[in-house]
Design a protein around this ligand. Structure first.
Ligand SMILES: Nc1ncnc2c1ncn2[C@@H]1O[C@H](COP(=O)(O)OP(=O)(O)OP(=O)(O)O)[C@@H](O)[C@H]1O
Length: 576
């Protein structure tokens, strides 16, 4: 059963949830928060506490950075246009239903496909399984997410839970060579152009050398041959150069063949200098390479998938565990220094509670309902297990903040999380109500609305905590005492826990002997003549609003005639 929250209590829950959510690293982890919605089920709260007690210590600070590297790995069914599957008439429907590629019963249809797969011996042998027909659909997402796999491996080390990712990565290594060729294919034009440039440079060097040699003694020989009409020798001379150039071309093509893994013949043998590769040749080479690569990638993927497939369920589990770890690290960060409350029966009590959203708050201890035996807070002897408490005291004393703190501790307890207090005892409740003071709403409308919500909170049975901030601000003090008095009597009879902020403490005390009156008071003035407020309510004591301290502050700040008047007023309090 979910703990019921009225809108303002729910707003406190939302701000807590938001504090945790913004500490998450991955968007996919926020659904974990839904599992920690406030519940009134005692057993469930205890289970959550146990789960966190066991798991939070495993969370190391380095984890956050690794979690941030994890991306979801999505295996998508896709239709592959590069392959055809040739099957037997009887398998046709099953093969078509796989929806992975073109299917036919006739080999004639395979024209134009890079990959011909077959269950009947017409191509690469396959069974009718996605892992054999389209292994790339499994392997490519893994290959593209090596960063994630690396992070998972590291996370496995950090948590001591291990990981299958490193084994998968090792198997994927076998794909490296094919992928490198793929990269070469992307830069094919540039690769060929560079070779072409290099080749032309080397040929031109050769030709230069050739003309140099010719300008030596050979030139004389050459002229001699020419005079004698010995053309044979001249051609032999030129033929030698031609042979050398052809060698250079062959060498360049061999290098390319080696790199690309196919026999390359790109350069023309007709025009020896400068050599140029026609664009059509590059296109043909590209097509051939693509075809070869597809086959190679298919075969490699299939081989790797065979050994990787049994690891995939564990990988899936690890990926969802990362969201859980992300959630845990967010909780760990948010609850640093907080402590698990004790579940008990008797209300709510805490020692040195610290408001979540006040910076450097003064810790406050408080009890609504039964006082725990080892409560040990000074001056708490006057507490007599009162379920209804009236909180009085100075303006800006921290009354609203205390109601907020009680709400925070109650909500966190019901989420199963630690609370901002040194020690806390919380009874699992059915409903939590928090009514804030409506500052600017006056008149019958506002009063009617407030009264209705209050009465709605009192309706029915169950374990309820009702927190009300200054109800009387929207009606006349006289009527307020009567209305609040009667409503609190009903709350008392029903055994609900109530904290109500009120300036009518004196009057309510007379009406409600069962209620405790606590007070927040100013202790004095600091060196700058500002009020020093003790945020810790005094138990069983009406909080004076200490206007005399304000008068004293003014008396000491002012000069001349005004000061005289303030001092006279101060004397009326019996102080000077
Ligand atoms: N425990 C605390 N430690 C430090 N600062 C606090 C604490 N509680 C409240 N304050 C600060 O005191 C100021 C007044 O608090 P709050 O509004 O709760 O007082 P209040 O008694 O409800 O005042 P009002 O009577 O005007 O409604 C706020 O700025 C708040 O941050």
């Amino acid at each position: 059963m979910a703990l019921k929250l009225n809108p303002e209590a729910k707003a406190v829950y939302r701000s807590i949830r938001e504090e945790i959510r913004r500490r998450l690293v991955l968007p996919g982890s926020s659904s974990m928060l839904d599992r920690f919605e406030p519940t009134s089920d005692r057993g469930e709260i205890l289970r959550r506490q146990d789960y966190l007690r066991e798991n939070l210590p495993k969370i190391r600070s380095e984890l956050r950075e690794q979690i941030a590297r994890v991306k979801p790995i999505k295996f998508r069914r896709d239709y592959l246009h590069d392959r055809i599957l040739i099957v037997d008439e009887g398998e046709l429907e099953r093969a078509l239903n796989l929806g992975l590629c073109e299917v036919s019963t006739s080999l004639e249809d395979s024209e134009g496909y890079s990959l011909v797969l077959s269950t009947v011996g017409y191509g690469i042998d396959v069974e009718l399984l996605p892992s054999q027909i389209a292994p790339e659909l499994y392997i490519m997402p893994l290959w593209e997410n090596r960063e994630t796999l690396n992070a998972l491996a590291r996370i496995g080390e950090l948590t001591g839970e291990g990981s299958v990712a490193s084994e998968i990565l090792r198997k994927l290594d076998g794909l490296g060579e094919v992928m490198e060729k793929r990269n070469l294919l992307d830069g094919l034009e540039e690769l060929v152009a560079a070779k072409e440039r290099e080749l032309n440079e080397r040929i031109s060097e050769k030709l230069e050398k050739f003309s140099l040699t010719l300008s030596g003694k050979e030139l004389l020989d050459f002229l001699g041959e020419l005079k004698a009409g010995n053309y044979e020798a001249i051609f032999r001379h030129f033929g030698g150069v031609e042979g050398e150039i052809l060698d250079l071309i062959n060498e360049a093509e061999d290098e390319l063949s080696e790199k690309l893994g196919v026999t390359v013949e790109l350069f023309s043998r007709e025009e020896l200098y400068p050599v140029a590769v026609p664009p059509e040749s590059i296109e043909m080479l590209r097509e051939e390479l693509e075809r070869e690569l597809k086959v190679e990638l298919y075969l490699k993927s299939r081989e790797i998938l065979e050994s990787v497939r049994p690891l995939l369920p564990a990988l899936r589990d690890e990926l969802s565990r990362v969201n859980e770890l992300d959630f845990l690290q967010a909780i760990k960060e948010f609850t640093e220094g907080l402590s698990f409350p004790e579940l008990w029966k008797g209300g709510i009590a805490f020692i040195n509670g610290r408001h979540l959203f006040i910076e450097n708050p003064q810790p406050v201890s408080y009890v609504v309902g039964e006082k725990p035996e080892n409560f040990g807070v000074p001056d708490s002897d006057v507490i007599h297990n009162e379920r209804v408490v009236i909180l009085t005291g100075a303006n800006s004393g921290g009354k609203t903040s205390l109601l907020e703190l009680i709400t925070q501790i109650t909500v966190l307890t019901h989420m199963g999380l630690p609370v901002p207090a040194e020690k806390a005892w919380v009874e699992p409740l059915d409903e939590l109500f928090f009514f804030r003071r409506k500052r600017s709403t006056y008149g019958a409308g506002a009063f009617e609305t407030a009264l209705r919500s209050f009465v709605r909170a009192l309706r029915g049975e169950g374990r309820k905590l009702i927190l009300i901030d200054e109800f009387e601000a929207i009606t006349e003090p006289g009527a307020a005492v009567r209305i609040i008095g009667e409503l609190l009597r009903i709350a008392h009879e029903k055994g609900f826990y109530v904290v109500i902020v009120s300036h009518l403490g004196e009057d309510l005390r007379k009406e409600l002997p069962f209620a405790r009156i606590d007070g927040i008071e100013a202790r004095g003035l600091d060196e700058k003549l500002n009020l020093i407020v003790d945020r810790q309510p005094a138990f069983g004591k009406l909080g004076r609003s200490t206007p005399e301290l304000i008068v004293e502050s003014l008396a000491r700040r002012k000069r001349g005639k005004e000061r005289e008047i303030f001092e006279r007023v101060l004397r009326a309090f019996g102080r000077s």
